[in-house]
Design a protein around this ligand. Structure first.
Ligand SMILES: [Zn+2]
Ligand SMILES: [Zn+2]
Length: 428
């Protein structure tokens, strides 16, 4: 008698698994809510051309890992190997370009990749992701990284470290690419078969290759940092300053390129450092994709996102889940944080993260430049207290604390403000 089994690399989720999945999803939902991300679910299948164009023809995903089928009507459809191109499509299709920016979306659902199950890889697995579209500001990248970091922490991961790099943009990457081509051309014969192919189409990927035949050449390879245009250079520098302010631990890794065509500027992965090193591979990965929406026929829309593989995380998970649970979002915030100017924004982000970490319901509009625009949002959130950091306060390390009811305000050092606000909220 024939015994049916699940296909290779795919498995059932039984009651216990589903309980864990639901918990992870709930945690993700709280973080998403907190930062103003709305959920989206796109179809499990899309036209194959969307991934060929979006994810990129020369990527491993499109070259080797897609489940594609021909419909009876003659269309070519593909089970989504990742969410981002579908989200960019939905963004265009539903006219989200007209919405206030950034448009912040998150997702949680299965993706499909025809990978090698013998290497422990799944062919159907769940991905969680956060995508922020419409704003080209390093603070957006910093918040995306922070969210992934907080999610991992809430699952119990410790000693997390962020590998970060920039891969430039259409202005500066071509020169870097040419230089890489020049460097690897006479080494082509000694590269692994994949990289031999990559050399022409996507030489950046060679930097990412773990094969000893390729990795031994990395040391003397050209460095992207030497090729960055001014915009990319400053962008990266500002992002690192934000990460410093947030006290997020990061390593500069100039070999990190990520395997997808659509990335521009920022790319990052999050790891857990254990005594044996980084045995688990990356826990989260993402980056900026400023050209994807336009590439798919939409308006110029800078964007940044991150994705995490849930099945794997739950397998690795170590407990201690409750520690960093995020408070439920209600319509009201205790405190609203307003800031004016770049320096203020950096200082503000740290204060924001501290207050949030101590369980204060805090609202922000870090993407809005004008103070009046921010205060309008504060009013909507009915914040009891408003913290304002202007240029002057940012320089002196102070913050204005305003009581919304009485309109009384005073200026306090940043750390004092934190204590004061916590006390006031407790007494309310
Ligand atoms: Zn290689
Ligand atoms: Zn550039």
């Amino acid at each position: 008698m024939l015994k049916f089994q699940t296909p290779n690399g795919m498995h059932d989720l039984l009651s216990d698994d589903l309980t864990e999945f639901e918990k992870a999803k709930k945690t993700a939902a709280k973080i998403a809510d907190f930062y103003g991300f709305e959920m989206i679910e796109t179809p499990i299948m899309e036209f194959s051309a969307l991934f060929e164009k979006g994810t990129g023809l020369s990527t491993d995903i499109v070259e080797k890992e897609m489940y594609t089928l021909q419909t009876k009507g003659g269309d070519s459809l593909t089970l989504r190997p990742e969410y981002t191109p579908g989200i960019a499509r939905a963004y265009i299709q539903h006219g989200m370009q007209a919405l206030p920016k950034p448009v912040r979306l998150w997702y949680f659902g299965p993706v499909f990749r025809h990978e090698r199950p013998q290497a422990g890889r799944l062919r159907q697995f769940y991905q969680l992701g956060f995508e922020s579209l419409g704003v080209k500001e390093p603070v957006v990248d910093a918040v995306i990284i922070l969210m992934a970091f907080q999610f991992l922490k809430s699952l119990g991961f410790r000693n997390l470290a962020i590998d970060i790099n920039t891969i430039g943009d259409a202005q500066c990457r071509p020169a870097f690419r040419r230089s890489l081509l020049g460097y690897y051309r006479n080494k082509q014969g000694s590269l692994c078969p994949d990289c031999k192919r990559r050399l022409k189409k996507n030489p950046l990927r060679i930097l990412d290759c773990k094969d000893e035949r390729c990795s031994r050449f990395k040391k003397n390879a050209p460095q992207i940092l030497d090729f960055l245009c001014k915009e990319c250079h400053n962008y990266f520098k500002e992002l690192l300053e934000f990460l410093d302010e947030l006290e997020l631990p990061y390593n500069l890794n100039s070999n990190l390129v990520r395997g997808l065509d659509y990335y521009t500027k920022t790319v990052f992965e999050i790891y857990e450092d254990t005594e044996e090193g980084r045995v688990q591979g990356s826990l989260a990965g993402g980056g900026r994709y400023d050209d994807l929406v336009r590439l798919l026929g939409g308006k110029d829309t800078p964007a940044c996102g991150v994705a995490l593989g849930i099945d794997r995380l739950l397998n690795l998970q170590k407990g201690g889940k409750e520690e960093n649970e995020v408070k439920e979002k209600e319509e009201k915030a205790d405190v609203f944080l307003a800031q004016v100017g770049d320096l203020a924004r950096k200082k503000g982000l740290k204060l924001f993260s501290d207050l949030r970490g101590s369980g204060v319901k805090i609202g922000e509009a870090l993407h809005k430049d004008s103070l009046s625009g921010q205060l309008k949002i504060a009013e909507k959130l009915q914040a009891d207290y408003i913290l304002i950091i202007g240029q002057k306060e940012a320089l002196s390390g102070e913050v204005i604390v305003r009581d919304s009811k009485t309109s009384n305000q005073k200026i306090l050092p940043l750390d004092k403000a934190l204590e004061e606000v916590k006390k006031k909220i407790k007494n309310n």
